[in-house]
Ligand binder design. Structure first.
Ligand SMILES: Cc1cc2nc3c(=O)[nH]c(=O)nc-3n(C[C@H](O)[C@H](O)[C@H](O)COP(=O)(O)O)c2cc1C
Length: 255
């Protein structure tokens, strides 16, 4: 089993066994977190220790929570989604359930961060009271593949992205391009909707990029990210955020 397979089985877990996880599991989790590579090496972030307290508009209790803090720079929300989703998939692989908590806050004394990083979002985690796995893709409520791309040759690669979780299940993503060069778009929102959904939508796109990278790596290729937000609107409603180049070698950037 690997992270790719977890994409097809994961679900949001909202009922937890409240017993704390064994220290060895938490130690392994921190080793995994330390091994992760950022999307943007110039945006510093930190993940807070699993917490037993939080404020949340939705009454959901878990034995642990992970808080993500970041420097406030362009791209920081994409990076948040990308990193935290890797952690969520890794935990799923270890038979630990997770749920993103878009409305939760750490308790007061954990909001202030000594490095000036801002709290972004939290993930609940713990052993599920019921199974934490889906058994087939029909159990995912998602857009159809042709609603998220206009490139049939990308259907099979993008299946793993189609199944990605998103805030309120909005799935604000779209993909075009070719098998070698995939353009990634975010739904363009008007002023009001952007003030409501803008932050979460960017986190969602980071989650989609995490799934896309895992799917590309499954094919034995590497991703080279070309970051260029475009003002041009595609299909009347999508704004390009980046292009992913598929490479046979693990080179750092485009030459
Ligand atoms: C950024 C983000 C924020 C979310 N916030 C919440 C939340 O506050 N409470 C909750 O129960 N689920 C939350 N979710 C979970 C989504 O509702 C869920 O991923 C989506 O409905 C798809 O369902 P699935 O994860 O079971 O596949 C959030 C997901 C994301 C990606």
């Amino acid at each position: 089993m690997d992270l790719y397979q977890m994409i097809f089985q994961r679900k949001s877990v909202r009922k937890y066994d409240l017993a704390p996880l064994e220290p060895s599991i938490l130690k392994d989790l921190w080793q995994y977190i330390d091994s992760l590579k950022p999307l943007f090496s110039d945006i510093q972030y930190r993940i807070g220790a699993p917490q037993t307290h939080k404020r949340n508009m939705i009454p959901m209790k878990a034995p642990h929570y992970l808080s993500f803090y970041s420097e406030e720079k362009e791209g920081c929300l994409y990076q948040t989604g990308y990193i935290m989703e890797k952690i969520a998939l890794y935990l799923t692989l270890k038979e630990i359930g997770t749920c993103w908590l878009g409305f939760a806050q750490p308790v007061d004394d954990q909001i202030a961060d000594p490095k000036g990083q801002r709290f972004i979002i939290m993930l609940a985690l713990g052993k599920g009271r019921d199974s934490i796995y889906r058994t087939n893709v029909q159990q995912f409520q998602r857009k159809k593949i042709e609603e998220i791309t206009d490139v049939p040759e990308l259907y099979s690669l993008l299946e793993a992205v189609r199944l990605a979780p998103s805030g309120l299940n909005r799935q604000p993503w779209f993909f075009s391009g070719t098998k070698e060069r995939i353009h990634v778009y975010r739904e363009k929102l008007g002023w009001f909707k952007n003030s409501v959904y803008g932050k979460t939508d960017q986190i969602d796109l980071g989650i989609a990029l995490c799934h896309l990278e895992i799917a590309i790596q499954k094919e034995g290729k590497y991703c080279i990210w070309e970051w260029k937000e475009s003002e041009t609107i595609y299909k009347d409603r999508y704004q390009k955020i980046c292009t992913v180049h598929l490479s046979d070698s693990n080179v750092e950037s485009l030459s």
